[in-house]
Design a protein around this ligand. Sequence first.
Ligand code: B12
Length: 423
Amino acid sequence: MGLPLVLLLLLPALLPARCCEPPEGSAGAVRALSARLLGLAGDPARDPDPAVYLALRLAREHDPRLERRYLERLQDAFRHPYGRSAAEPPHTGRLALYLLGLGATCPPPGPHRSLVTWLKYYLEEDWKGSRRHGHPLTSYYQYGLGVLTLCVHHKRVREEVIRRLLTAQHHGRLGHGGNAVDTEAVVALAFTCLEQRRLVGTELAAELRAAAHGASRSMAEAQGPDGVIGNIYSTPWALQVFLATGACQTEPAFGRAVAALLENMEAFGTAPTMAQVLPVLHGRSYLDIASMRCREEPDTLTPLDMEPLAEVPGNKTVQLVVECPLPWCYELRLYDRPVPVPAAASLLDVLQAAAALEPHDFKFHTQDTPQGPFLTQVLGLEARQEKRNYWQLLTAPNTPLQMGIADYRPQDGETLILRLSEW
Ligand code: B12
């Protein structure tokens, strides 16, 4: 005899909360972070970012009106006809994120067949690039995001395109600048999606399952004693993999990593970082977009304004160093000077102060990205995407910063290095 009907109906209420969700006690902090992201999303001065929209959609509570308005702004921003000139790399990652966002919209927007076709085209371009140069034209992160998105939209991807990722993972080629966790995680999410949604034959499915589980295991092994996997900003990505593969139910690293995020919530103070951490704090991964059902959503979230930064009186001095260790540079150390700035200054403020110093021998350029200003040029030397070099930010003697120029606030007496590096 089975369980009586009334007991069956009561069962979900009697069972403990799913073990893959963050602890009950963290609900208030997670809700406050969601509300703060909502506050930033309501600011018309900020460009809309599909990753922010995704985080709002994957949350447990909503503000449907504000989400709708954000979607409209996003649709406006992505309306321009697609295409690409030979000079720029394909828009694989941006379009993939936007399509993931559309996939998470309730009710679903009209068909976006032409955008899916564009994404397939970009992915093919990236694939051709990876055959020619040994890496995609964009990055393995964007290439992985492209495969994941097509899978979430239930679109098949050519086996060769998938095999490129398997080979790269197998040969440990997914890393950049020493931190590979974010990229490995995105790729493992793509593998898990393809396998779970049965978009590939049984043989490849088994390979993808093994690869995703291997990635999940190596992320658990890479966990530090503080619970962090890679760094604090890549930890949410590792958690998405534990959630998507179901490893969250058995893997002790899962609970430790969630605890690390909850202990370090102040690290997630900008819209893009909040957007990366919130889905996992709601117990969700990007794979959940594939199974989202449009039900009544609780209209219970209200935007919260960010507290202004505390005023810090006084001044500090930062030593600014510019290095060019690449073979074609005429000299290693191109600049080395103390720069006096107000105590609350960011690295961007330091660069601006250096540019204003006599005899005006320091120059730099930035490019706006959804993550903030990206340093592209220093002392007239431009980091070139196609040459895969970039201006790396370090604190002396040799520690790469985990934040961009606008977010990092150096200490008094700190030495900061801008180093032209390869990735
Ligand atoms: C690939 C990548 C890079 C590549 C980008 C080149 C390229 N053409 O792809 C390189 C190696 C150059 C790079 C550099 C840096 N990166 Co990076 N990068 C990534 C990664 C893995 C994927 C980004 C991506 O393609 N997103 C998808 C596309 C569609 O979105 P997008 O917003 O258009 O992406 C562009 C910008 O994000 C920009 N970008 C990449 N990294 C960074 C970092 C900052 C601070 C800014 C403002 C922009 C920026 O390049 C992307 C491609 O054009 C992310 C991982 C992640 N979880 O997001 C880290 C990530 C964004 N990077 C990070 C960091 C810290 C840096 C550096 C500051 C490291 C350093 N110490 O020098 C530098 C930036 C220095 C500078 N010059 O301003 C952190 C940011 C954390 C934070 N607090 O916000 C992340 C989250 C990695 C991590 N887990 O720590 N990065």
